[in-house]
Structure formats: C-alpha cells, structure tokens
Design a binder for this molecule. Structure first.
Ligand code: SF4
Length: 252
C-alpha cells in the first residue's frame, strides 16, 4: 500500500479524468484495467505536431533566434500523420500548422526569451499530496512567472486544475513570495489569440483539500462509473465499458 501511495502523483489530467468519471480514470490509469486507446484522429495529430514544433522552437532559443525559413523543417521533423483521411487533408493541415508557427514567431520575435522550463516534468508535494505537472512553458517576468499553455481546439480554455496544480507546484518549487505573482497565458496557436487568466493564490490553496480527498478515493479504489451523455460520447472506453450511457429508444 505504501508503494502505491508513494507512486500516486496527481496531475491535472488525472484529476480531470476522475472528476469526469471515476471509471474512466480506472480505464486510463490503473494497471488492472483492460487497455483502451483513443483511435487516432487528425485533430489530435495536428495538436501534438504543433506542440512538438513549439517545444523545438524554444529549445533552439525561441522566436528571436529561429528564422521563419527554418520553421517548415522544424515542423516536418516532428509531424504526426496518424488520423488523416486523405493526403490532401494532411497537406492542408501542414500548411495551416506552418502558418500558425510563422505568425507566432512574427508576433513574438522582438521579445527576449526568458523560459525557465520548456515542457519539463515538475514535481512537488504540498500537505502530503504529491503533484506532477508539465506546463508547456514557464517564463520569468519581472516580477513573477508566466505559465504558458498552447491549445489548438476552437473552444479550448485553461481549466481550474491545470492552473491550480501548476500554481501549487511552482509556488513550492520556486518558493514564490506573494508579491511575485504566477500568471497564466493561453495561446491559441491556430487563431493567434492569446488570453491571460488569473488564479488567486487563496483559490489555488483552497483546491488542496479537494485534491487530498480525491487522492484518498483513488487509493481506496473508488472507481464507480458516472455515466452521462456528455462524458460517454467522447470516452475512449465507450466501446468496452458496460456502464456507457445509452439514450433510451422509443421501443424502451
Ligand atoms: S463510457 Fe461513460 S461510464 Fe464508461 S468509463 Fe467512459 S465516461 Fe465512464
């Protein structure tokens, strides 16, 4: 039991999965569940490819140091082809991704890069709850920190757990005094829109009780299904899960 307890580090995706449906958490993370995988999709491949290209961009010094002409090759080196129905669809997606990278570089090339972390796994424990988080980027500001997340979906936004867990881990690792705030920036790579989001320090710390309780439930193996039309429709376990939500037909 002790080993299991030590091993369980809460990440934003684990918390979101458990809140969506504890049974989904079981399918996704517990070793005694049947393995289910999400079928490949063009949207997933597109998002993963752009994320990987942004990681390369910042590992090579950031927009001020990488010429636009290098971006197509940078993208090609990390491109994921799974899930595209036709070659023309994939080519169009590649052009869209190159345009997104070029536009991003244009908007940011005059800012010096002050990245502290680029897709690093960060771990810390608060109130005996171990956390693991991997922000896309963490930049230093004067004063404070900016945690940056990239998204490609149209209605993407930062969830409370993504912000609160990153906040708590950064606070612990870097011993932030409260006059040096941690802010969040959501970058929609496709549209070029950027959205700054705030999370008050008290709010992040209030979440600790939620995480502690949720972790206890996972360790006690509470994985009761919570089917709903919204959760089951997009669940990767939908094809094998006997609890999957089925709308009543007229015959029922
Ligand atoms: S199909 Fe529905 S009930 Fe089953 S694990 Fe997924 S979300 Fe939960």
């Amino acid at each position: 039991m002790k080993n299991l307890e030590d091993a369980l580090k809460l990440s934003p995706s684990r918390v979101e999965a458990y809140e969506q449906c504890p049974r989904l958490y079981w399918y996704r993370y517990e070793p005694d569940s049947p393995k289910v995988t999400r079928p490949p999709s063009a949207a997933l491949s597109f998002g993963n490819s752009l994320h990987a290209a942004m990681r390369s961009l910042y590992q090579q010094g950031g927009p001020a140091h990488v010429p636009s002409a290098h971006l197509p090759a940078m993208l090609a080196a990390v491109w994921r082809s799974e899930g595209y129905a036709r070659p023309e669809e994939e080519q169009a997606a590649k052009r869209r991704a190159v345009a997104a990278l070029v536009n991003y570089r244009e908007r940011n090339r005059s800012y010096p890069t002050r990245s502290l972390y680029v897709e690093s796994f960060l771990e810390a424990a608060l109130d005996d709850v171990p956390f693991l988080v991997r922000p896309d980027r963490v930049d230093t500001l004067s004063p404070g920190l900016l945690a940056v997340e990239y998204k490609t979906g149209r209605n993407a936004k930062l969830g409370i757990h993504q912000m609160a867990i990153a906040y708590l881990v950064l606070w612990k690792l870097l011993r932030r005094p409260s006059d040096r705030p941690i802010r969040f920036l959501l970058v929609h790579l496709d549209s070029g829109q950027e959205q700054e989001q705030e999370l008050a320090e008290e709010k992040a710390f209030e979440q600790l009780a939620v995480y502690s309780a949720l972790r206890r439930r996972i360790l006690q193996r509470e994985f009761l299904a919570a089917p709903s039309a919204g959760a089951c429709a997009f669940c990767e376990a939908g094809r094998v899960c006997v609890y999957s939500f089925k709308p009543l037909s007229r015959e029922d």
